[in-house]
Design a binder for this molecule. Structure first.
Ligand SMILES: [Ca+2]
Ligand SMILES: [Ca+2]
Length: 219
């Protein structure tokens, strides 16, 4: 005898996660991976499994979504009893209640347990950034002689009067940034000094990125 019972329970377990955590605004789709694959759409709250996990004649398969791998009534999102044609492949969460964190999807009940997980966010979305001019190492928002001097002193391994030359930071896109590096090789070397000097002399070629702006994350 076949049953087609599907029970959708509340999202209480998810909402219990600290509301202080930021709701992620990152990529609209997050991949689900583990014993099975799928994706989670952060906009719609729909989890789609690539291959449905099918029940057998005498088993019950549970879909449990939780944040620490435990199974409890409150985090059983779907009970699929022998829906042989579909198994289940899609489930909808309340996207507005999902906060950053790692979620585990556990499918079992027929003697085996399969687990997959997905992670939303992981770090604050809102970062303080400031716009800097590439090559500006004395932090006066322009490229001038002192920047060239500071970079030259940094290259000569002076430790004073070098401004920010050689200091590392992250860009708003999470790329590495080194103050004074205008040829984008992640270090400050002679070519950076030459490019900055050429920029000051108003050359328009062979100046690297000197004078361009970039958004830097403020620690
Ligand atoms: Ca400057
Ligand atoms: Ca460089």
């Amino acid at each position: 005898m076949k049953k087609f019972t599907k029970i959708m329970l509340s999202t209480a377990a998810i909402t219990a996660v600290s509301a202080a955590m930021a709701i992620s605004a990152m990529a609209a789709e997050v991949s689900v991976s583990g014993d099975f694959a799928g994706k989670y759409d952060t906009d719609t709250g729909v989890i789609t499994l690539d291959s449905a996990v099918k029940s057998t004649e005498n088993s019950t398969t549970l879909l449990v979504v939780d944040t620490d791998g435990t199974v409890a009534e409150a985090n059983i999102f779907q009970i699929d009893q022998d829906d042989e044609s579909q198994g289940f492949s899609e489930i909808k969460l309340d996207a507005s209640k999902i906060v950053d964190g790692t979620y585990y999807i556990r499918v079992g009940g027929d003697g085996t347990v399969k687990t997959a997980s997905f992670t939303i966010g992981g770090e604050p979305v809102e970062k303080d950034t400031k716009t800097v001019y590439i090559g500006d190492v004395d932090d006066d928002d322009e490229i001038g002689v002192s920047d060239g001097v500071f970079v030259a002193r940094y290259i000569a391994e002076f430790e004073e009067n070098i401004g920010n030359a050689g200091a590392e930071a992250k860009t708003a896109d999470d790329a590495d940034f080194v103050y004074g590096d205008v040829d984008d090789d992640q270090e400050v070397g002679v070519s950076d000094g030459v490019f900055i000097a050429r920029y000051i002399a108003e050359f328009e070629e062979n100046i690297g990125n000197t004078g361009s702006t970039i958004d830097i994350v403020v620690e």
